[in-house]
Design a protein around this ligand. Structure first.
Ligand SMILES: [Zn+2]
Length: 300
């Protein structure tokens, strides 16, 4: 049984380096259960969620969130993850793509996602102000794509490790590590971190040997690691009937009318949690009447 998922925010060398280290095993398992994903897709979605959670932890406000979309040329299609300060949800166009493992025995996440395409990061800072960052996909293996995003879009050199260890439908371990040397960090500290990077390259495997707190002490020995903050993590969808109503209204009166006339009602399924929302013809009519009354939709 996995311990509760958690993000540790760590400071090294008296504030010269910022580190995030997290376990996301239960979160990724929940995602795999919802989507019935194949091992390679579970790994891709798990890595994406873990990286997105790191961006989410950097968001401070209650109503702030971050959406990361990977649009690669692989068979999974687009992958989307949305996170706030500790919660995440994710989906993919096709989470059931099955691919043979790579020659080294690892899951071929790069081929599933695709090696060419774009990664976009949208930060919703409340107050309707969105910050959009974009970068090219580097490998589709996701950790390198996040590292490239931080370096190119945020001008923050970063070392990123993301890992998901899967056996069939079971997520054995999942987690991630982000290391960011802050401005003024001496070269010898950066050299030390690069020297140690092979230790955390296979992070999910390392996590099967020791809890993340222990890994933190081992990996950053002599660099005075201090845990500044702990945040519980979980998979959470915020869909609701109200939000689905808004989505229906945004279709416009014409499409709504055709749902009423031809389809005798509608059933909407949430992409992130597979929650089902049924609307009868009468409910759709009512929805349309109210929307027109409030000026949210054009009358026919
Ligand atoms: Zn949902």
């Amino acid at each position: 049984m996995a311990d509760r998922d958690e993000m540790l925010q760590i400071d090294l060398c008296e504030g010269q380096v910022r580190v995030m280290l997290c376990e996301t095993t239960a979160t990724v398992q929940r995602c795999a259960d919802i989507h019935g994903s194949t091992p390679v897709c579970t790994a891709a979605l798990g890595r994406l969620m873990t990286g997105t959670l790191m961006l989410g932890i950097m968001m401070k406000g209650d109503d702030e969130s971050v959406t990361v979309t990977l649009k690669g040329d692989g068979p999974m299609g687009s992958l989307v993850a949305v996170a706030d300060h500790g919660h995440v949800k994710a989906c993919a166009d096709d989470p059931r793509v099955d691919l043979a493992p790579r020659e080294d025995g690892k899951l071929d996440v790069g081929s599933a996602v695709g090696r060419h395409g774009r990664m976009s990061v949208i930060k919703d800072l409340g107050l309707k102000k969105n910050y959009i960052g974009q970068s090219e996909l580097v490998s589709g293996e996701i950790a390198m794509d996040f590292a490239n995003y931080f370096t190119v879009s945020e001008q923050q050199p970063s070392l990123v490790a993301l890992g998901v260890l899967v056996s069939g439908e079971t997520v054995l371990k999942a987690g991630g590590l982000l290391i960011q040397p802050l401005p003024g960090c001496p070269d010898e500290v950066i050299d030390q971190l690069e020297l140690r990077s092979p230790m955390f390259a296979d992070i999910s495997r390392e996590m099967t040997y020791a809890p993340i707190e222990q890994l933190c002490r081992d990996w950053f020995q002599g660099m005075n690691p201090k845990i500044l903050e702990r945040t519980p993590l979980d998979y959470r969808c915020t869909c609701s009937r109200e939000r689905m109503e808004k989505a229906l209204i945004s279709l416009g009166t014409k499409d709504l009318q055709s749902l009423i006339d031809e389809d005798q009602g509608a059933e909407l399924v949430c992409h992130f949690c597979h929650g089902k929302y049924k609307f009868s013809t009468e409910e759709l009519r009512e929805l349309m009447r109210n929307a027109v009354k409030k000026g949210e939709a054009e009358p026919e």
